[in-house]
Write a protein that binds this ligand. Structure first.
Ligand code: ATP
Ligand code: MG
Length: 359
C-alpha cells in the first residue's frame, strides 16, 4: 500500500475542557487517527479556546494531559503526526489578531456556537467567545491545511475560515491563494452524536447532561447504564426518522461502533423485540469500541513528563511551519520591519527570505 500523501495536510483541534465523550471520539478523534494514513496530520489541543468560557486553571492543566493521553491511546502516533498544545505556539494568537481585520463582526455575532454558549454563561460573555472562530481560523490557516476533520457543529466555523482566507487573499495578496482555503471533512454518519437524555441537543463537553453523555473513559457498567436509560421515542420500530431522534441517534452510534452502516443495523434489528434489544446491542458495541483506548490510557496518562516531551516536540515542529506563514502574512499586510517579518533571532534580522523559529 502506498504511504500517506505528504502533499495532503490535515489539521484539527480539540479542546481540553471537561471529559472527552463518545461524540468527540466518533466525530473527531477516530477520524484523526484514520487520517494519519492519508496525509500529514497536525493535531492541536486548543487550550486557548478553552479559556473562552468559565473554567478552573488547575483543572485545565489536568484535562490537557487527559486529552493528550486519550489522543495517543486512540492511535495518534506522535512520530507520524504533529501533536501539540496550542499555547506553545504563539503564532496562533498573533495571526488571530491580524485576521480579525478581515473578519466581519456581524458574522461572528450570528455564529450558532456563540449564540448557544453565550446563553449558557452566567457571569460573563467574554469577547474571547465571540473571537473563538477567528482563533480557529488562525489555527488552520497557519498550517495551510487542505482538510479539517470536524463534527457537524463546526461546519459554520470552517465556512467562516474559508471566507477569512478568501478575503485576506483578495485584500492583501492580489487574489493569489497565499492562505490556502481549506475544506471541511464531515462524515455522513456520526457527525452529530446526540445527548442520550436530550436527543435534540448534541453530546457536549461543557453543556449537556451527565446521564446523557458517554465519556471515553467511562467504566463498562456506566456506559451500559447510560445507554439503557437513553430517551427513545414512542413506538417500537427500529428505523431512523426525523421524528425519532433518540432511536436515530442509537442506530448511528451502533453503526459506527460496530463498523457497519445505519441501513445494515436497521435490517439486522428488523426482527428485534423493541428498543430494549437495540439498547443492549448499542451498549455492547460501545463498550467494545472504547475498550482498546481505555486499556492504553492509564499508562500513558501516568507519565506526565513523557506527555510533555511529546507536546514539546510537536510544538517545535508545528512552529517551524507556523512561523513561515505568519512571516508571509506580516509581509503582505505591511506589518513589522520590511523583509524581516516573523520571529527571528536578532542576528538573523538582516537575512533574506524564510524565517526561523525562536522559542
Ligand atoms: P463544547 O460542547 O464545549 O464545545 P465539544 O464536546 O464540542 O465541547 P470540542 O473540543 O469543542 O468538544 O470538539 C472537538 C471535536 O469534536 C470537534 O471537531 C467537534 O465538531 C467534535 N464534536 C463535538 N461534539 C460532537 C458530537 N456530539 N458529535 C460528533 N462530533 C462532535
Ligand atoms: Mg465544541
Amino acid at each position: 500500500m502506498a504511504g500517506p500523501d505528504s502533499a495532503l495536510r490535515i489539521f484539527s483541534g480539540i479542546q481540553p475542557t471537561g471529559r472527552k465523550h463518545l461524540g468527540n471520539y466518533i466525530g473527531a478523534i477516530s477520524r484523526y487517527v484514520e487520517s494519519q494514513e492519508r496525509g500529514e496530520g497536525i493535531f492541536c489541543i486548543v487550550d486557548l479556546h478553552a479559556t473562552t468560557v468559565a473554567y478552573e486553571p488547575a483543572e485545565l492543566r489536568e484535562r490537557l494531559y487527559d486529552t493528550t493521553a486519550i489522543l495517543i491511546a486512540a492511535g495518534l502516533d506522535p512520530s507520524r503526526c504533529i501533536l501539540f498544545r496550542q499555547s506553545d505556539v504563539p503564532e496562533h494568537t498573533e495571526l488571530t489578531w491580524l485576521l480579525s481585520s478581515v473578519t466581519e463582526l456581524g458574522r461572528l455575532q450570528r455564529m450558532h456556537q456563540f449564540r448557544d454558549k453565550s446563553l449558557a454563561q452566567r457571569e460573563l460573555v467574554s469577547a474571547g467567545l465571540l473571537l473563538y472562530p477567528v482563533l480557529m481560523a488562525a489555527d488552520v490557516l497557519l498550517y495551510r491545511a487542505h482538510e479539517v476533520p470536524v463534527g457537524d457543529d463546526q461546519r459554520e466555523h470552517v465556512e467562516l475560515m474559508r471566507d477569512v482566507a478568501r478575503r485576506f487573499n483578495a485584500r492583501f495578496a492580489g487574489g493569489e491563494e497565499m492562505l490556502l482555503v481549506p475544506d471541511h471533512r464531515i462524515p455522513e454518519v456520526g457527525a452529530r452524536i446526540m445527548d442520550l437524555q436530550d436527543p435534540t441537543s448534541k453530546m457536549s463537553t461543557t453543556s449537556g447532561s451527565e446521564a446523557g453523555t458517554v465519556y471515553v473513559l467511562d467504566e463498562p457498567k456506566a456506559i451500559e447504564k447510560k445507554i439503557k436509560s437513553a430517551v427513545t421515542d414512542s413506538g417500537h420500530e427500529i428505523k431512523r426518522s426525523s421524528d425519532k431522534p433518540g432511536v436515530s441517534n442509537l442506530i448511528e452510534i451502533l453503526a459506527v461502533a460496530s463498523a457497519s452502516t445505519p441501513a445494515a443495523v436497521e435490517a439486522e434489528l428488523a426482527q428485534a423485540r423493541g428498543y430494549g434489544d437495540l439498547k443492549a446491542a448499542v451498549a455492547a458495541a460501545v463498550i467494545g469500541y472504547l475498550a482498546p483506548v481505555q486499556e492504553r490510557y492509564g499508562a500513558l496518562r501516568a507519565d506526565e513528563d513523557a506527555l510533555e516531551a511529546v507536546l514539546a516536540d510537536g510544538a517545535a515542529r508545528a512552529q517551524a511551519i507556523a512561523a513561515r506563514t505568519l512571516a508571509d502574512v506580516r509581509e503582505y499586510m505591511g506589518v513589522g520591519r520590511p523583509g524581516a517579518a516573523g520571529r527571528r533571532e536578532p542576528n538573523e534580522l538582516s537575512s533574506s527570505a524564510g524565517s526561523t523559529v525562536s522559542r
